[in-house]
Design a protein. Structure first.
Length: 217
């Protein structure tokens, strides 16, 4: 079944526990809180922007935890790179929230319990998943954006996400040329793209908030 043919009332349940998320300059500790939140992405361009906003919330929360709880042996260079990525993701999140205004979905509750923040491999492996997923998500959603101004900004964000993806791969494979592989770049040299349904499924283990996905029907 394609994403577009799903029932309009289809509900995507993202599961997880919580992390600390910065919202409008305030740090909100959500540790262990299980209060159910509901978020309707909306429709049209608002729905697409909320889709991107949800993913940027996830990435910003993840990298905030990485920097707040560095894995043992994190080098000064690694901390600098990961801090830059965190700052970019926070900026993306805040930019999209401001652009959406009152149409923005609530802050999402996240669950990184599957990530061992004391393990470099676990942290960077998860980062690679998030960055590759983010690039594919923007590539797949671009065709759904109507307003050319929004499309321009999405293109500027995805190019930064691609830089992140390459940096993380380089950190995982130092002194190699594995900045991209055939898992993300096809035989024509084109980056991969994923439909929203596939992206949301991949994000499912990391997000608790119940989200009504009506944006792309």
């Amino acid at each position: 079944m394609s994403y577009h043919s799903m029932s309009r009332r289809h509900v995507l349940k993202w599961t997880g526990a919580a992390a600390t998320v910065a919202v409008a300059g305030t740090v909100l500790p959500n540790f262990g809180i299980t209060a159910a939140l509901a978020a309707d992405l909306g429709e049209g361009d608002v729905g697409v922007l909320n889709y991107a906003y949800a993913l940027e919330q996830l990435e910003a929360a993840f990298y905030t935890m990485v920097i707040d709880s560095p894995y043992p042996g994190m080098s000064d260079d690694e901390k600098s790179w990961l801090t830059d990525i965190r700052d970019h993701e926070v900026a993306h999140r805040d930019f999209l929230k401001e652009a959406l205004g009152e149409g923005a979905i609530p802050a999402l509750e996240v669950d990184f319990s599957a990530v061992d923040f004391a393990s470099r491999d676990s942290v960077l492996g998860t980062a690679q998943v998030f960055e590759d997923l983010g690039v594919a998500a923007y590539n797949g959603a671009g065709k759904l954006i109507v307003n050319p101004d929004y499309l321009l900004q999405a293109g500027r964000i995805v190019s930064v996400e691609a830089r992140h993806a390459a940096a993380i791969r380089d950190m995982l494979n130092m002194n190699s040329v594995a900045f991209a592989g055939d898992d993300v770049v096809d035989e024509n040299g084109l980056d991969g793209a994923k439909e929203p349904a596939d992206v949301l499924k991949a994000a499912d283990p990391f997000i608790k908030t119940e989200v009504t996905a009506m944006a792309f029907m």
